[in-house]
Ligand binder design. Sequence first.
Ligand code: GRF
Length: 200
Amino acid sequence: MTAPSPLNLGVLVSGVGSNLQAILDAIGAGRLSARVKVVIANRPGAQALERARAAGVSALTIPHKDFPSREAFDRALVGALREAEVNWIVLAGFMRVLTPEFLSAFPGRVINIHPSLLPAFPGVDAAKQAFEYGVKLTGCSVHFVDHGVDSGKIIAQRAVPIEVGDDLSSLGARIHSAEHGLLVDVLREIAAGRVVPFEA
Ligand code: GRF
């Protein structure tokens, strides 16, 4: 078996960037063999951009509002990611649905982290959805991205219990913490060649 190519990541973000931070920390601590080549935010001022810069990683803002269509925005993303020579894309709190054109530029190499045990509670506010439904167990999922919303093939999941006395904030924090471990574990599997690009 040939060794997998070095893992060169492009990370797309919209907000806080704690999952990005988990990736950067794991790389910094030697727990993940990868490079983050570029971080791109669709929202100016996203805290994730500061985290990238603090780690010496190239950080770009490509505001989706500057583009006349989803396709045009995605073309700009693809251009920046290609320029950075990434070979896997991580959606780490990226709040946009990607077009088929984007996905065909990086076939089977785009993954997303989602704060529920998919297929339960896709879409926005997944922790809130689970909390309000009253489930006793929720969690997080890392999956390949396809044309739907949180509908691609699941790579790995981690369960998180909803405990007596939880509120949305305590539950959200527990899920977030599980996400950080899960995402890094999946990236370690990709780096080792044990998770390979998804072939539709
Ligand atoms: C995470 O809960 C992730 O699952 C969801 O958006 C959130 C991003 O958090 N897609 P952060 O920006 O990584 O802190």
